[in-house]
Ligand binder design. Sequence first.
Ligand code: ADP
Ligand code: ZN
Length: 727
Amino acid sequence: MVKKEVLKNYFGYVNFREGQEELIDHILAGKDVIGIMPTGAGKSICFQTPALLFEGITLVISPLISLMKDQVESLIANGVPAAFINSTLTSGQTIKVIELAKQGKYKIIYVAPERLDTYNFMEFAQNANIAMIAVDEAHCVSQWGQNFRPSYLKISAFIESLPQRPVISAFTATATSEITQDIIDLLRLQKPFAISTGFDRENLYFEVQKPKDKYKALLKYLKDNPDKSGIIYCATRKAVEQVCDDLMTDGYKATRYHAGLSEAERSMNQDDFLYDRKTMMVATNAFGMGIDKSNVSFVIHYNMPKNIESYYQEAGRAGRDGTPADCVLLYSGQDVVTNQFLIENTNENNDLPPDILEQVKQKDRERLKQMTYYCHSFDCLRAYILKYFGDRAENYCGNCSNCNTNFEEVDVTEQAQKILSCIARMNERYGVKMVIDTLRGSKAEKVLNVRLDKLSTYGIMSNVKENRIREIINYLLINEYLEQTNAEFPILKMTPKAREILFNGEQHIMKIAKEQKPDAKSAKNRMQLNQGLFNTLREIRHAFATMKRVPAYVVFSDASLVDMCSKLPTDSKAFLDVSGVGKVKLEEYGDAFIEAIKAFKQSAVPTEIMQERSAVEILDFVKQSIELSDEPLPILLFIDKINALLFQISDKSIHVKRITDYLIEQGYLELETADNRNNRVSSAKGRAVGISTKTIPSANDTVRKQNFYSQEAQAIIIDRLADVIQW
Ligand code: ADP
Ligand code: ZN
């Protein structure tokens, strides 16, 4: 077999992605390699493909124990004999795996670095035919990296102890030259072939929003993107709890993750998300390392992270399967303050000598500044990120909120002059807020106390909105007419360039967003998808996943389902053309999916006709077909049932929030305020028709309320659907 056959037969892909083929060719030629590729670029294929072509066994060293099981399950699902050895196995299980490995039962074995020098493993390795050692997350060997793992230092000794030196391949998403050199030195790679693919992830859409009310903005996003799975990152544990609770109250299937939760709850919640029992994960940055969920459709940052590195890593967890995905950052000025506070008050590096500590802080402040500029930039966001990482980039990508916003060009020369001269008159001793207050003629004590109201520039921009002045100041900062000191309370200073504006009247045209609908996203990445069929396929996938006890994406990624919806294969040959379908998956799942697609094709009413069905007809169909449950149901399950019916004959769906809003309006539910939260609980009128509110305890002493709907209540909802929904 040649490498392309392996790629298709085992992994179901037709073409290699950037960098993959070169790495594989060098490995197959017996050369050491180092691959530097961003998250989601497809590093695994680079060692899994040659592993299947080599005679012997490939050992994959990975620090992420949580990931090994999934990767091995994925391999097995693709027909690759694989196993893992780490601390989650009992010693009996370990012995068994090693026994089977000795019998040549596996092509790929994942192993945790701590296991390398155990007696059992050494003995096995000494006598086995090891063709390659692949070191995943290779930056863990370097002390300069974020995730130094001392046990990675054992790798080279282990390799040297082998009777024959296998090919060594190393992979990482961390790119600095310092770390790359460390990897080469510490793993003792021999003249490695190195490749660093670009950092761009084309399928990711980047957006920055500056909403007044972040929660509302979040809800709007979720409403516009129903049925999608995603991660919502918050800066603090408290914010995680709040947002997660609010989402659940609003009827979303959300769960949460942060370091303050018990180990048991964390692992349960993580599984709920991985296995698609919950569609949304609200989390601090503690969540995500080693999470390889391929069908994450969005990553929303509820708060701005501390630097671009963190942002790109976290945002990069969206769209790993290559389908279009959104990375949305909800910015507020408070986020900057929170991060400044964290920088000044961190204890993390307290054992460093004071001067070094100050240097570290200085670097952190600088990084925070770059992150803040990202949020204020009017230029292509993707280009901003790529340039930050030293990649070359066009100034227009067409797939970020700045490229897709209609800006109008406004001459801000005069306003910039006013701002700069005000800063000059204030002797360059104040921060942004004071400058703005002075320009707008604020009567605040802190302004009057230091007699800023006596300046000739006091109040000269009293008719300009605070936000606009801030935008212009940011523009001057980004373009280096102003700079901010790196201090706890940053002060605005002019650079020598500022003279050009102040004294020489250098003209400045700034891009300012026109008031417009915010969701004018580029159509090219929003595919036309038959939602009904997609959902059917998703259900079939879910059934297989449940049966086999693996996450859904191990069966098929969303990208594969989308491809099925567009190719509509009705025989094995055509099914094999679907991206992600290899021989084993064809045999295992082909029939079920093909049947569903055939049924869809036969019953499919052309979409034009579908849309012509009146709302009345659709609702009649729902009324006649729905089976009410005699067990009281949570609203979510009930709505799921309704939506399943809707999908059969329309492209419509309804949202839980609509229903609960309606029930409040009609007095069946009422708001109860507790713990600063609004719970929707049953009222007397609601109880009369069998809506009951149950209290569900959860961790950290918070309680959650859930309503159950009796058959009578279900009937009422169905009966009133026409009032609730305005299509
Ligand atoms: P990384 O380890 O670099 O973060 P993965 O190896 O997990 O990325 O791959 C990310 C996703 O891309 C996986 O779903 C994988 O199956 C898919 N993938 C990898 N190579 C290809 C390819 N050549 N064509 C299509 N999809 C691919
Ligand atoms: Zn762009």
